[in-house]
Design a protein around this ligand. Sequence first.
Ligand code: NAD
Length: 498
Amino acid sequence: MKEIGHFINGKHVAGTSGRTSNVYNPATGEVQATLSLASDAEILAAVESAKAAQPKWAATNPQRRARVFFKFVDLLNQNMDELAVLLSSEHGKTVEDSKGDIIRGLEVCEFVCGIPHLSKGEFTEGAGPAIDMYSIRQPVGIGAGITPFNFPGMIPMWMFAPAIACGNAFILKPSERDPSLPIRLAELMIEAGLPAGILNVINGDKSAVDGILTNPDIGAISFVGSTPIARYVYGTAAMNGKRAQCFGGAKNHMIIMPDADLDQAVSALMGAGYGSAGERCMAVSVAVPVGEETANRLIEKLIPQIEALKIGPYTDDKADMGPLITKEAQTRVSGLIDSGVEQGAKLVVDGRNFKLQGYEDGYFVGGCLFDHVKTDMDIYKQEIFGPVLSVVRAKNYEDALDLPMKHEYGNGVAIFTRDGDAARDFASRINIGMIGINVPIPVPLAYHSFGGWKASSFGDLNQHGTDSIKFWTKTKTVTARWPSGIKTGAEFVMPTMK
Ligand code: NAD
């Protein structure tokens, strides 16, 4: 049985806690590795190595720091096939989808190759008589990232790339479900020239997270995962005097206006609803057709496509989607589908009894489609995080707009229309962080920033883009007067720029 430990100070180390968890192959239900869960000893070792290495790394000029990322990007591209298979083997998603996961992280590494430019400060000459004022951005020191299972490539890179490029040391606590790719990324960073101690990977559960949140040497916390844990991490980090950005769950709606290209909208819904078995924080889980005719035509076109979904293990390169991550996830999603039926929604495609020959113990759920979903049903209120699309019929544009506006979550939303005026009004009025106009999964590119509103995000600075440079650095502002000195003696009134 493969044993997975931690990666501290540039080396693999076994755990000391004696506590472990299992890493499964979600397609077969078999345990494929045992993961060591960190105790305080591993967290302290990671913090000590980070503390020892960080000052020299921060003093390394930004061009040299950028060169590590140039090389790292090169290594990611060279090893892409192996990395994607490693990711899929623990997550279960298709290998092509895993490549997308890694490439979205790689793009953040490309973005931070611009760190010499991105980290420049501001300067005002002559802010007062013989006075210059300048602001510089200095690294926080040691940052930490706590990441979810669903993007074990992209999300760790969202965090460690800008943090490290800014001159910080970084401690990553990946999901205990699929920890192997994050460790492999840390090995490749060392191969790319990163000094030991600047990127450590600690595996673990709540106890490791609490150890990170209460460690006084860690100055900034980035979290991505479910909303209850995001809320907890945000509050605990703040109580311990740390800056924190915490991203949570989602319920992303897609509004289909009567004038939309319906075939385009249906293709968009198929990919956004069922890709990665719906285990994406930007998955579309609610379709809102406007008008009865749009709804009837939409459902009619969706049914055969959902029934034709090809579901398989990651080793099947023809599969559209794979299994869910764990047995618990499979049970939870099936339970929510049952609740939808009990609460009166119409289950027009039922994937609950899906079985794949040879993979009977895998965590598969077939694609499901609900029609006539109402806002008080659990399948509407909760994030399902499975291959289940709910259709909520809206009478008109205002009713459609009202649905995502009133929902607890505010991660992403999309509108499909040919009407520029409706699209513009929608983008302006909606209270959600990421908007797609005829784009179903509007994940911003690396040089813009990613983040939701409402219960999907806690904290004010987003992932990647220029926000990330602000998050991983502290501003220091210097007011300098040269060369006259203070000839007139002390001043007792509040200084102003005369
Ligand atoms: P999760 O909240 O269960 O776990 C996330 C991380 O928190 C993991 O590293 C886990 O070990 C840790 N954790 C779990 N329980 C904890 C506890 N009680 N105390 C402290 N730490 C704890 O999330 P998940 O199931 O891995 O990921 C799926 C969720 O993540 C979904 O809700 C999804 O929407 C969300 N997500 C959000 C975004 C976003 O950008 N908003 C992106 C990806 C995923």
